[in-house]
Each structure stands twice: as structure tokens, then as C-alpha cells.
Design a protein around this ligand. Structure first.
Ligand code: MEV
Length: 437
């Protein structure tokens, strides 16, 4: 019988890097070509970089890990995460394991269209403008689909609607903003949407007699929302209450909401990066959505379900693509996409939302119980040892000493690491002077 993904989840973090790669090969997440690519250190030749951006001097490499234990909508996933921050991957795997053992993760995408904006900054008559756009709406949709978005139409997508918004300029007058709603299928859709909006500029000017000032997609895609739900059954009631309280704090206080959402993005961004998606676009959309009622709030909610369980919900725009862009050009992103095995942009978006929510659960659990320092700093001791200048063979000794300090004082810093290293080296010098070899 071929090995299933779940067969490698147990004890994965205890394996050496080589063993992890072998395990991923065994379940078909990686193949010989991937192994060769990883062995030679990933992308080296800068010619691809030169195609992406200007003034290239090399590549910036981030650690690439995988999150295990995820079962989303009944399907197991190995989730690639490119991230530098200690404990993100460990924490998300731990929480995913907890949910796997005593709950479930379900997801959905609500809505299909992304939004493009065509702005007329100074408008002579808003009512006339709106009337003309409504009168020509079907024609505008038809020409946009026929002349620009025909590829999407063939795949079942394309422009679906055109709406007009009145936006106050703040001086008593208004600007007019036309919204183009388009289903981008499996693309993130930014390029095609910008082309559609620019194409519609001329006909809109002709029909309305107004001047179009700019055309660009919006990252606040409240017309397409990704929802992930975590259900944990039989949770310790005291813990469930603490997590619910922490969630209320993040709902009500923007200072806490910002940090809460950063913790959610700790899960989301690494998957976006690993799969070659535009993480700035997703971040912008999530933050704007978090402030949609005028106050910045948490994009996750946790509440006791009244049946002894805890429910968590993530809800926000999370627009990603599986075709076009870096996703299908960067060899590491292509390898990660294959390893992840999602079959559509919507499924990728749902998986990423789930990772964000599970990451949030881990953070809230730690914050409301042992505190964030214990888990994080334990794993951070290696970074501190490296930062202090420890060499490979000195690192475990410095780490051990730092863990002892952490256990007693409940905090450690780089200066502790520097002191520990100094002490270690001077005790070695003393030992060699006493027993010259
Ligand atoms: C740190 O990277 C993330 C947290 O601050 C998130 C949170 O406070 O919820 C721990």
C-alpha cells in the first residue's frame, strides 16, 4: 500500500532534514527533480530574477519548511511555509495536531468576483453619470469580455457586473467610481482587471462626457470572501473561556487587533510566499476588511459553542492565483504548489485561511496560558547563540545555558547569549592552560 500523507505526520519534526525529504518523496510530495533542485540549493542562476525585477544582484533566501497535521475539509495537506520567524511552523503544526485529534477544519469561498475601479475625480453631474453607466452597463460588460477578458470567459469567468459608487471628496462635492466585477477563475486577476478597466476608460468617457482620472483594481475584495472554521470538541472549559476572552479583546481594541491579525498573517504570509503569491495584496485586503465598520478589528473570532466545544472563524478576502505570475514561473513556487496539491485558486485560498486561523489558535492558547515567551524563546535560543557569534559546535552549549537562564528568570536576551559565550570560551581557555595537550 502506498504511504498516505498522514503516515508521515507523526514524529516529522524529530527527523533530520534528509529524513524529512525522504519521507516527502515516499508520499509523492517531492520527486527526483525536486530533490536535485533542493540539493543544489534552489535557484542559483539570476537570469530568472532579471526577468522578474530590475537591478538584480542575487536572490534573498528564506527558510522553507512544511506544516504537517493539517486536515482541511477532510483532505490531508503538506503545507509549504517560507518564513524566518522562529516557532511559527512549530506552533501551527502543534495546533493542527490538536484539531486533527479533537475537531475539524472546514472552509468555503463566498462570492467569485474581484473588483476593479475606474475613477472620475471631478464630475459635473453624478446623477447623469450614473444614469449613462446603467444604460450602457450590458454593452460595457459585453465589450470588456469580448475584447479583453475573452480567455476568462472561455474558462467560465469574465466581467459579470458594473456598478457606480458616489464617493465624497470631502469638500461638499463627489467623485464617481465605477466598479467592475470580474470572475478571474484561477488567476489572481490583477493584470487582466487593470487591462479591462483601462479598456473601458474611453467608452465611459464617451458615454458620460466625464473625464476618467485613474483605473486600478481594488485589494478590498469584499465581494469574494474566504471563510475557515475550526471546531474543537471537548476542550477544557477554562481554556475555551480564556480563548473567547482573548478574541473579544481583539474584536474590541484596535491595538490588540493589530497584533492578533499579525499572528494570523504569521500563518498566511509564509504560504503566500512559498506559492509565489502577492502577499502585499492579501495583507492590504485583510487589513482594509478588518477596518470595514470604521474600527480596526480582529479578522478571527473564537467563541464557545454552548456544547462544550470551541469554534473559531476566519473571514476575509484572500485572493490568490494558481495560474499566471510567479506561481507558475518560480521553480520553488512550482515545487511548493505541487507539494501542496491544491486543485484551484479557491482551494489554495481556503487552505491558507485555515493556516491563518490555526496559527491564531496557537498564539491565543499560548498567550492565555503559559505566555508567549516560553515556547518562542525556547526555540529562539539558537538565533541568540548565532547572534552572539557562537560557532557550530558552541551552539548547543550556549543554548543549554540560555534555557537554564530562561527557566529561572523567565526571560533571556542577546546580552545573556554574549555573556554565556564569553564565559564558555574563557572556561575553555582556562581548561587548556591548566591541562596543556
Ligand atoms: C508574534 O509573531 C505573534 C503574536 O504576537 C500573535 C498574537 O499576539 O496573537 C504572538
Amino acid at each position: 500500500m502506498t504511504k498516505q500523507l498522514q503516515d508521515i505526520f507523526k514524529g516529522f519534526s524529530k527527523l533530520s532534514r534528509e529524513e524529512r525529504l525522504k519521507a516527502l518523496m515516499e508520499v509523492g510530495a517531492l520527486n527526483d527533480t525536486d530533490m536535485e533542485y533542493i540539493a543544489k540549493g534552489g535557484l542559483r542562476d539570476t537570469s530568472l530574477g532579471e526577468k522578474f525585477i530590475e537591478n538584480v544582484i542575487g536572490y534573498f533566501q528564506l527558510p522553507l519548511g512544511v506544516a504537517t497535521n493539517f486536515r482541511i475539509d477532510g483532505k490531508d495537506f503538506i503545507i509549504p511555509m517560507a518564513v524566518e520567524e522562529t516557532s511559527i511552523v512549530a506552533a501551527v503544526c502543534k495546533s493542527a495536531k490538536w484539531i486533527r485529534e479533537s475537531g475539524s477544519i472546514t472552509t468555503e469561498v463566498v462570492g467569485a468576483e474581484i473588483i476593479g475601479q475606474i475613477q472620475c475625480a471631478k464630475i459635473k453631474n453624478f446623477a447623469d453619470f450614473e444614469k449613462q453607466i446603467h444604460a450602457q452597463k450590458n454593452y460595457l460588460i459585453e465589450i470588456a469580455n469580448r475584447e479583453v477578458a475573452f480567455g476568462l470567459v472561455r474558462r467560465g469567468g469574465g466581467v459579470r457586473d458594473i456598478q457606480v459608487r458616489r464617493v465624497p471628496r470631502g469638500d461638499g462635492s463627489d467623485m464617481a467610481v465605477v466598479h467592475v466585477l470580474m470572475d478571474p477563475c484561477d488567476a489572481m486577476g490583477a493584470n487582466i482587471m487593470n487591462q479591462v478597466c483601462e479598456y473601458l476608460k474611453e467608452p465611459i468617457e464617451q458615454f458620460t462626457g466625464e473625464k476618467v482620472t485613474m483605473c486600478i483594481l481594488s485589494n478590498l475584495v469584499d465581494s469574494k470572501i474566504t471563510r475557515a472554521t475550526v471546531q474543537i470538541n471537548d476542550i477544557d472549559p477554562a481554556l475555551a473561556e480564556k480563548i473567547e476572552e482573548a478574541s473579544l479583546f481583539a474584536q474590541q481594541d484596535p491595538y490588540r487587533a493589530a497584533t492578533n491579525n499579525k499572528g494570523v498573517l504569521n500563518g498566511i504570509d509564509p504560504v503566500l510566499i512559498a506559492t509565489g503569491n502577492d502577499w502585499r495584496a492579501v495583507e492590504a485586503g485583510i487589513h482594509a476588511f478588518a477596518a470595514r465598520d470604521g474600527q480596526y478589528r480582529s479578522i478571527t473570532r473564537w467563541f464557545r459553542d454552548g456544547k462544550g466545544g470551541l469554534t473559531g472563524v476566519f473571514e476575509a478576502p484572500l485572493i490568490v492565483g494558481t495560474v499566471g505570475g510567479v506561481t507558475t514561473l518560480h521553480p520553488t513556487a512550482m515545487m511548493c504548489m505541487k507539494m501542496l496539491g491544491t486543485t484551484s485558486a479557491n482551494e489554495l485560498s481556503r487552505v491558507i485561511a485555515a493556516v491563518g486561523l490555526v496559527q491564531n489558535l496557537g498564539a491565543l492558547k499560548a498567550l492565555t496560558t503559559v505566555g508567549i515567551i516560553e515556547g518562542h524563546m525556547k526555540l529562539h535560543t539558537k538565533n541568540l547563540a548565532l547572534g552572539a557569534g557562537a560557532e557550530e559546535k558552541e551552539i548547543p552549549l550556549v543554548q543549554k545555558k540560555l534555557e537554564e537562564i530562561l527557566a529561572v528568570r523567565k526571560r533571556i536576551s542577546l546580552s545573556n547569549a554574549i555573556d554565556v559565550l564569553k564565559e564558555l570560551r574563557s572556561s575553555k581557555v582556562a581548561a587548556t592552560t591548566q591541562h596543556p595537550s
